[in-house]
Design a protein around this ligand. Structure first.
Ligand code: NAP
Length: 315
C-alpha cells in the first residue's frame, strides 16, 4: 500500500531519541510520522530502575519513564505506525521507506533512531536454549526464575544492574565476567560487592562460557576459569554483553562504521547529519560512546532541529 502523501519527516524508532525527536518536530508543525517498531519504547523499557534521568526522583522504572514519554508524543497528535522498516531508498529529495506490512512512506526527511539490540555469546548450544533458560533481559524474564539459580554474563553496568535485580528474586546469582576489571559504574560495583558478602551472589572472574547444557530446558553451564573447566548447575542465564546497532536495513544507503553504527557529523553542522542529505540519526544506532537515555534524548532533539532546518530549506 503506497501512501501518496509526501511527509515532511518520518522518525524511525520509539525510544528516548525517537520520542524526543517526535515531540520537537510535532511542536514545530512538521506533522511527524513515527514508525515505532513492534516493541514500543526501546531498550529503556527493560531497565528496572533509572537513577540518572534528570528530575525522575525516586528511581522510576525505565518502563514508566517511556510510558510518560509516549503519552507526551500521543498528546501532540503524532501519527504512530506499529511496524518496522524493511527497505529504504534514501537518495534523492523524496525518500521512500518500505514497511514489513507492505506500506510505503514517502518523506522529505528521515530521523533514524532505531537503537541497538542485545548481543549473545554465539556459541553453538546457545540457540537451542534461547527462551528456554537463556535471556538478554532480566526485567522481562527474571520473574520466571524466582527462587532459582541464575548467572549473568558480562562486566558492564547492564550486567551489574541485572545481577542486582535478580538477587532480589533468585536464590543465587553468579556474575561471570571474562576478565578482572569491570566497565560497570563504581556505585554498582560497590552494591554488587555488598551483595556478594550476603552469599546471594558469587563473582566468577577470568571466566568464559564454553557450553550451555540441558534437555528441554537449560540446567547448567560449563565455564572455563583460567584454563580450568567448571560446571555450574543453574536454571537461567542472562547475557549482558552489550548491544549491536539496529542499522542493517540502511547498510547500502548510508555510511556505517565497522561496528555498524551510522556515521554522523558528515559536516561540521548539523551534528546529526549522515552521509545522505535529509537523513539524520540519533541515539544508540549512531553514537556508541555514551549509551545513556538522556544522551539519546538530547540527540533526538538535535536531529529534530536539524531536520526542521533542512525541511524549511534553511540548512
Ligand atoms: P558495556 O559497558 O559495553 O559492557 C559489556 C560487557 O560485556 C563488558 O564487560 C565486556 O567485557 C563484556 N563482553 C563483551 N563481549 C563479550 C563476550 N563475547 N563474552 C563475554 N563478555 C563479553 O555494555 P553494557 O553493560 O550493555 O552498557 C552499555 C552502556 O549503558 C554503558 O555505557 C553503560 O555505562 C550504560 N549503562 C548505565 C547504567 C547506569 O545505571 N548508569 C545502567 C545500564 C547501562 P570487557 O569489559 O572485557 O570488554
Amino acid at each position: 500500500m503506497v501512501d501518496e502523501k509526501i511527509h515532511k519527516v518520518v522518525i524511525i524508532g520509539s525510544g528516548p531519541a525517537a520520542c524526543t525527536a517526535a515531540i520537537y518536530t510535532a511542536r514545530a508543525q512538521l506533522d511527524p510520522v513515527m514508525v515505532k517498531g513492534f516493541e514500543e519504547g526501546g531498550q529503556l523499557t527493560t531497565t528496572p530502575e533509572v537513577g540518572n534521568w534528570p528530575g525522575a526522583v525516586g528511581d522510576p522504572s525505565g518502563f514508566d519513564i517511556m510510558q510518560n514519554m509516549i503519552k507526551h508524543v500521543n498528546e501532540l497528535g503524532v501519527e504512530g505506525i506499529a511496524d518496522v522498516v524493511v527497505g529504504a531508498d534514501l537518495k534523492g529529495e523524496i525518500k521512500t521507506l518500505k514497511l514489513s506490512g507492505g506500506q510505503e512512506l514517502k518523506t522529505r526527511s528521515v530521523i533514524i533512531a532505531t537503537g541497538a539490540r542485545a548481543r549473545y555469546l554465539d556459541i553453538p548450544s546457545e540457540a537451542q536454549f534461547k527462551g528456554r533458560g537463556i535471556s538478554a533481559c532480566a526485567t522481562c524474564d527474571g520473574m520466571f526464575f524466582r527462587n532459582k539459580t541464575v548467572a549473568v554474563i558480562g562486566g558492564g553496568s547492564v550486567a551489574f544492574v541485572e545481577a542486582l535485580f535478580l538477587a532480589n528474586l533468585c536464590s543465587k546469582v553468579y556474575l561471570i565476567h571474562r576478565r578482572e576489571g569491570f566497565r560497570a559504574e563504581q556505585v554498582l560495583v560497590e552494591r554488587v560487592n555488598e551483595m556478594v558478602k550476603t552469599g546471594k551472589m558469587e563473582l566468577i572472574l577470568n571466566a568464559t562460557v564454553k557450553e550451555y547444557v540441558g534437555e528441554q530446558l537449560l540446567n547448567g553451564i560449563v565455564i572455563d576459569v583460567k584454563g580450568e573447566e567448571r560446571k555450574i548447575d543453574l536454571n537461567g542465564v542472562f547475557v549482558a554483553i552489550g548491544h549491536t546497532p539496529a542499522t542493517d536495513v540502511f547498510k547500502d544507503q548510508l555510511e556505517l562504521d565497522k561496528s555498524g553504527y551510522i556515521v554522523t557529523r558528515k559536516s561540521e553542522s548539523p551534528v546529526t547529519s549522515t552521509s545522505v542529505p535529509g537523513v539524520f540519526a540519533a541515539g544508540d544506532c549512531s553514537f556508541p560512546e555514551y549509551h545513556q537515555a538522556v544522551v539519546a534524548a538530547g540527540q533526538g532533539c538535535q536531529a529534530a532541529l536539524d531536520a526542521e532546518q533542512y525541511v524549511l530549506g534553511i540548512a
